[in-house]
Design a protein around this ligand. Sequence first.
Ligand code: ATP
Ligand code: MG
Length: 571
Amino acid sequence: MKKIFPYIKPQFFAIIMGLTIKFIGTIMDLFLPYILAHIIDDVVPTGNINEVYFWGFVMLIVSAIALIGNIVANRMAAKVARNATRAIRHDLFTKISYLSSSEIDSFTIPSLEARLTSDTYHLHHMIGMMQRMGVRAPILLIGGLIIAFSLEPVLALVLLCLLPFMGYSVWTISRKGVPLYSSLQASVDNMIRAVREHASGIRVIKALSKVEYEKERFDKANRDVVKNEKRAGLTMALTNPVMNIFLNMGLTLVILVGAYRVNAGVSETGKIIAFLSYFTIILNAMMSITRIFVMTSKGSASAKRIGDVLSSPGNLPIMADGPIKTNAHIVFDDVTFSYNKKKDNIKNISFSLKKGETLGIIGATGSGKSTVINLLMRLYDADTGKIYINGESVRSIPHEKLHKMFGTVFQGDVLFADTIRNNIDFGRNLTDGQIESAAKHACAFEFIDALPDKFGHMLTGKGANLSGGQKQRVLLARAFAGGNDILILDDSSSALDYKTDATLRKNIKENYSDTTSIIIAQRISSIRHADLILMLDEGEIIGRGTHDDLMKNCPAYKEIAETQMGGGHFE
Ligand code: ATP
Ligand code: MG
């Protein structure tokens, strides 16, 4: 909650204004039955019809003020809630973009999505509700009690006897019901996860005829949500009937006792009627307080989930690592790293690359190839060992400066629902010339030029309206277009045919000879010309050198080469 308060503070004035108006409106509401009692008991017996009109008119004015006051205050409350939630959503979104990769791993993406959507929604409700009911309900309850006592102390005692029972039932029901809402939220998280996985894997699911299985999985998540919602809803729904029983019992008692009192001449009809109204007002106020209670516990659970993200440190801190003297562009010095800090995912990796050289990394799936570049780009920090670019430790380089050094195609990288031009430009304000030549070097120009709107062609989400190879070419064009110092291609030519792959390598060599490249590939042909090739196995380097060196010294490499060559020669 502490994290959420700053978002409400700037609207302090609007809140105070709204609450004051609400206060006035509520007090007016409280006066109405009192005036009614006055008319029935004091004015009607005098037979002065003009005075009856006068007080009737007063009642009209009072109820108009109450009505308008409540509407205005509720609208102001809604505005405060809207503005606060908008600011929270904005900051949460920004913060999520700055989370470090390990923080994203620990929050998990479906949970971040839920925090950005359903949790901000609960918070919105809570902020609105607190302003609408937070002042009104206590005033109605306390004010109602005070007036009830001053009106008819004996009848008020009837009410007072019932209050502890009502309070107890509300408390017991809420104590059972509120935790049920937490499990409901957890099952909603789960359902979002199922939907997300289904949507991103829909093709594989169809291809492998897993539709039935997936349907079953979603049904289960869906049933869980329904079950939890039903339990929470049924429990909380007890409140209304229970309160109604008390209300009706109370009303009967009040009428009974009231009737005796009126008969005995110690009370008046008007007072009894007014008392009945206050009785209803007080009970409704109690029910509102229960609702506030439920809403607050839901809202504060959400506020905590949002606060956790907002107070997460975010980007890895800049460290004061000293530079080293070297003429190499990239240096890995005995780097070891583990994602979960249990089993090392890469171990004792050392290599150095001069400017303009090419490093090829090959190895089985899960051998740590992508991890090497994750560390170079400082998406994670190495556990031991150091990484240097131009002699500066990556931990000492400001994030923006560091990220500008790279043109990257990540493994399974995505395109956005935007034009091809904007997907290549990626907000860097590149010129048409730069974009066109990048597309040419990435072997993408031909197919883009054949499209009716060329670079203005709209892609659908994740580039779903392109073929796998076309997607990779656009991604490659994006990586080339910035003219960065270091080019990283992680498994980015797997969907290209051998001939295009060869042309691509030629283009890189001719046009980006100053660029240091790191190429991760499954195909030997994609990396065989590299100045240095590392063969990884379970996070360790099991072979290093040029293609020829490895063919001689690394049996694992030789075996892959022979299977892929099929006894023939490359290219
Ligand atoms: P591939 O050829 O399939 O892309 P890779 O060589 O690139 O494989 P890495 O992605 O570097 O493999 O993964 C190395 C190991 O680290 C794997 O065992 C993987 O399970 C683990 N790993 C990768 N990313 C994470 C992560 N975010 N959290 C935890 N473990 C991870
Ligand atoms: Mg990988």
